[in-house]
Structure formats: C-alpha cells, structure tokens
Design a protein. Structure first.
Length: 277
C-alpha cells in the first residue's frame, strides 16, 4: 500500500512539473507575470514533495542518497529545481529558468520510470504502461491545441479575404477581428509546443525501457521533432514580428498539414507506433 502511494506521488510530481514548465513557457513568450507566479508556486510544491522523498530515502538508507546512479539522478533533479526557484525569485532570468526545468524534467522522468526503482516486476510494468498513457495523452492534447489553432488561422484568412474585397455583412463580424483570430492561433500554439516537447521526452523514455531495438531515426520520432521545430518557428515569427499576419496564417496551415502527414502517414512507417495502425 505504501509503495502504491509513493508511486502515485511520483506521478503527481511529473504532472505538476509538466504544468510548471508549460506556465514558464507562456511567461517566457508573453512576459505573463500571473503565469510566472503560478509556475513558481507549482514548482515549489514539486520541490517540497521531492525534498520529502529525499529525507525519506536518507532515513531509510541511513546515509545521504547519492551513492548509486539513480540516487544521484534524483539529487541532481532536486538541485536543478532548487536552483531554478532561486534564480526565478532573485535574478528573474526566465529564459534560463525554463531551460533548466526542461533538463530537470528529463532527469526526473528517467529516475521515476527506471525499472530499478520498482520493488516488483508487476509494479514496474504498470508504471511503464502509465508512462505510455501520459505520453499519448499529452501528444493528443498538443494535437488538439494545434487543430484549434489551425481553425483560427483559417478564419483569419477568410476574414482577411472578406475585408480586402470589402464584403461587409453579419458574417464578417461573427468571425471576430483579425487581431483576435491571430492572437488565439498563437496562444493555442504556445500551449501545444511545450506539451508536444514533454510528450516526446516521455515517449523516448518509454521507448528506451520497452524496446529492444530502438532507433533515433525512426520516421515517427523524426517527424515529431520536425513538427516541433515547425511550430517553434511559428512562435518565433510571431514574437519577433518577422512575418505579417497573412503569411503567418499560411505557415500555420502548412504546419498543420505536416501534423496530419506525421499522424496518418509517417506513423505507418514507424517500427513501434502500432496503436496508430
């Protein structure tokens, strides 16, 4: 019973950590102080839980838990979170905090879902299955965000066409302003990109644990990273004002086309994404 509770708390840490990274990403792009505060206190909860686990390990082993590889990984992740909390409060370097937490998230995922951490084979198998479930759920949520963003970009282009042709009418006002439509497509991509990144991290960890022959150049993995880069470029163009609204919308449409190709066609070439077949 105690092992089950501890396992669930570790999963809670993963989820809270992921939410914190998502909020830091929102703040990083938009200088959103509210998101920054929520991210900080969310990360503080993660730090408290990790600190409790660290002291429990010290009590159980009777020593400072850094003598094995996975003990060292846990302490390393704890140090990264501690450092990011200090930097976030004192130096206010949000760019650094975001990327420190990406590294910390990778480390804590490796530690949490390592088979050496499980007391029984059944528990190990169950936790790895839940890792796959979280990976798929986050991937689907990111795809949903990108899909809604695609819809807003389509409405933007339709609204732009109607305005250019001076076709005034009730339908024109129901679409919303160009600024609103562009902003919504951007916000949804802001949510989608970090979720896709975290999903890839979790998926890679699952593949390392479960697959005897794992290849980085698997078409699905390559396609997913290309998709991540394409949508990241969209965010760069928007925040840096490198491209105007119409061409940004076209870029978003092209990005969604890549998403569809990756989901429906490239997945068929994958060596291990059997659930898409």
């Amino acid at each position: 019973m105690v092992n089950i509770v501890m396992t669930r708390l570790q999963e809670v840490i993963i989820i809270l950590y992921a939410i914190s990274i998502l909020l830091y990403f929102v703040d990083f792009l938009n200088h959103n102080q509210k998101a920054n505060r929520f991210a900080f206190w969310n990360l503080a909860i993660v730090w408290i839980l990790q600190t409790i686990f660290l002291f429990l390990d010290m009590k159980q082993t009777g020593r400072f838990p850094v003598l094995t590889l996975f003990e060292g990984l846990y302490f390393y992740a704890w140090l990264l979170i501690s450092l990011s909390l200090i930097i976030s409060r004192i130096l206010r370097v949000d760019f650094t905090v975001f990327f420190i937490n990406i590294i910390g998230f990778i480390i804590i995922v490796i530690h949490t879902f390592s088979p050496t951490q499980m007391t029984t084979e059944a528990m190990a198998e169950k936790l790895v299955s839940e890792l796959l479930l979280i990976h798929i759920t986050m991937a689907i949520l990111s795809y949903a965000a990108f899909s809604f963003s695609f819809v807003f970009s389509c409405l933007y282009l339709l609204q732009y066409k109607l305005l250019k042709e001076k076709r005034w009418g009730q339908r024109l006002w129901r679409y919303g302003s160009l600024e609103q439509l562009e902003k919504m497509s951007y916000v949804l991509n802001v949510l989608g990109v970090p979720m896709l990144l975290l999903s890839l991290i979790l998926g890679l960890q699952w593949a390392f644990l479960k697959l005897a022959n794992f290849y980085w150049y698997d078409p699905k993995i390559t396609g997913s990273f290309i998709l991540l880069v394409v949508y990241s470029i969209f965010l760069f163009f928007y925040t840096r004002k490198k491209v105007n609204g119409k061409y940004l919308a076209y870029w978003n449409l092209a990005s969604f086309l890549i998403l569809l190709i990756n989901f429906f066609f490239i997945s068929q070439l994958s060596l291990f994404h059997f659930w898409y077949r």
